[in-house]
Ligand binder design. Structure first.
Ligand code: HEC
Length: 496
């Protein structure tokens, strides 16, 4: 019956729209009847779905075949804190639970399922306002449900082999960089490895292999003894590995959810690291094997960066959903959505008084925490999640950047912020008065990562070109420029 209700609902809505355009009732009633007929045609066509080949269906893997389709076509709207239609499609268990209208399918009964009903026909309802799935993709989903909707996502994680080449064919992009507080150690993330670089002296870079497909965030612990490499494998797992800086040995590895983690920040006490997730949540990953993971559902889309306030009590998060939010570490609850930008937020940073966020909009904004959080109790009872108000009083524009901002870095003393992105310079600013303190020009743009030492006298940047550069500030003098991993010479590549 549901199958008929939906088309009738859409006709009803359409008739209403026509009424507003002052068309005569008879005309839109005719159209309405035509639409009902068309929909019935679509339903008839749907009933003529091709038979499912049992042998082919049994070979379909959730992880390898089904999940990539769901991820690409459904997951953007059906994941995170407020999934559309109440339907979360993060895991097979979530799909079995279903949304407002009940389970998405019963294993074995593909063509009686809400899933198939929604994606077939001439104008399928899902993916909403996007091109319909191809027949091949529809048949993968049907076949998988038909064969029992088995979940092989856990077993196949082990089969994933991460290969780290001795020499790369082309210089791989540097995805994230870190600098120790004393400015002597650098860590750079390159694909599945991190490279530890000593700024002074001639010690060769030390390559440390991870088991992430892509390392998206690298950071030294506050005491400088540990380096965290965070990332995972897309559509498989999120992973945080902690390594001993002295000998490059892994101390701990922890897995989080089913997808790559984005950027984040060590807690000031070094006991955990907070990272953004593709599920719209902030994940707190303790630096010990026993303390349970925590998950704060805050955003409706990927959380691209997270930062701790210096007292460790609050988190600032920025997301592809364009919002910058402040939450309480103690309760995991949203304190305030401080801003909603017109573009995605790629990066956030904070000191004790200001939270700063930036992204595709090119205009970093500084939020004065005290005013933004007025009336909000940071701990204890009380619901502080209020709508954005008084924005003009607490939000101050910083200097506009010449391009998209891809990363923000704060000095260890939290006095200076560095801003970098898809443009040829890196700028630093005094956080308190938003005045520029240094300008580094002619950098190998785009820059994916920046970091500074304790007192902002040294800065490291990581470029898409594969270069890592270290500068002295505020003079903007280049100290070192290196390619952290070996790359084949052009002649070697040509002869292959
Ligand atoms: C652009 C956003 C968007 C995308 C992409 C999308 N959906 Fe939806 N979906 C919605 C919205 C909005 C609703 C709720 C409104 C409605 O029922 O019409 C919904 C509702 C549903 C429901 C009904 C849930 C219930 O229990 O009532 C199902 C099933 C569904 N979607 C499946 C899918 C599948 C499968 C895909 C991928 C092939 C997909 N959706 C992609 C936005 C989207």
């Amino acid at each position: 019956m549901r199958i008929l209700i939906r088309p009738v609902q859409s006709v009803w809505r359409w008739s209403f729209d026509l009424k507003r355009t002052n068309m005569r009732f008879r005309v839109h009633r005719l159209i309405a009847i035509a639409v009902i007929l068309l929909n019935i045609n679509a339903l008839m066509a749907a009933e003529k779905l091709s038979p499912i080949d049992q042998k082919v269906a049994e070979k379909i893997s959730f992880r390898a075949d089904v999940w990539p389709i769901v991820k690409r076509h459904c997951w953007g709207c059906h994941s995170g804190a407020g999934p559309k239609g109440g339907l979360n499609m993060d895991t097979v268990a979530d799909m079995l639970k279903g949304g407002d209208s009940g389970p998405l399918f019963a294993p074995g009964k593909a063509d009686d399922s809400l899933l198939v009903e929604m994606i077939i026909g001439d104008e399928p309802e899902m993916p909403q306002q996007k091109p319909p799935l191809s027949a091949a993709k529809i048949n993968i989903l049907r076949g998988w449900v038909h064969a029992g909707a088995k979940d092989d996502s856990v077993a196949s994680d082990k089969q994933l082999s991460i290969r780290i080449p001795e020499k790369y064919r082309f210089a791989p992009a540097i995805t994230s960089v870190a600098m120790s507080a004393d400015g002597k150690q650098i860590a750079a993330a390159v694909r599945s490895e991190i490279v530890l670089i000593t700024v002074e002296g001639d010690a060769p870079p030390r390559r440390v292999a991870t088991t992430s497909d892509l390392v998206t965030h690298v950071e030294f612990s506050p005491d400088g003894k540990t380096v965290a490499a965070c990332g995972g494998a897309p559509a498989r797992y999120g992973r945080v590995q902690f390594f001993n800086v002295a000998d490059g040995k892994q101390v701990l590895s922890r897995d989080v959810g089913h997808d790559t983690l984005f950027r984040g920040n060590f807690s000031p006490d070094g006991k955990n690291i907070a990272l953004g997730g593709a599920d719209g949540a902030v994940h707190i990953v303790p630096f010990d094997a026993k303390t349970p993971l925590r998950k704060f559902d805050l955003h409706s889309d990927w959380v691209l960066d997270v930062a701790y306030t210096p007292d460790g009590k609050m988190l600032v998060s920025g997301s592809r959903d364009k919002a910058t939010k402040i939450s309480s570490v103690e309760t995991g609850k949203l304190l305030r959505s401080v801003d909603s930008s017109s573009e995605l937020i790629s990066s956030v940073a904070t000191d004790a008084n200001f939270a700063i966020s930036a992204g595709r909009a090119r205009l970093p904004i500084s939020f004065e925490l005290k005013i933004a959080l007025q009336g909000v109790q940071v701990s204890g009872a009380g619901n502080g999640a209020r709508p954005i108000s008084r924005r003009a009083q607490y939000a101050k524009n910083m200097e506009g950047q010449p391009g998209i901002v891809l990363d923000l870095a704060i000095s260890g003393d939290r006095k200076v912020i560095a801003i970098a992105g898809a443009y040829g310079d890196v700028r630093t600013y005094n956080i308190a008065n938003r005045q520029r303190t240094a300008l580094i020009t002619n950098v190998p743009a785009p820059i994916y990562g920046v970091a500074m030492n304790q007192d902002a006298t040294r800065l490291v940047l990581g470029s898409k070109s594969g270069q890592v550069q270290i500068y002295q500030l505020p003079e903007a003098k280049l100290i070192k420029s290196i390619s952290p991993v070996p790359v084949q010479a052009p002649a070697e590549v040509a002869s292959q």
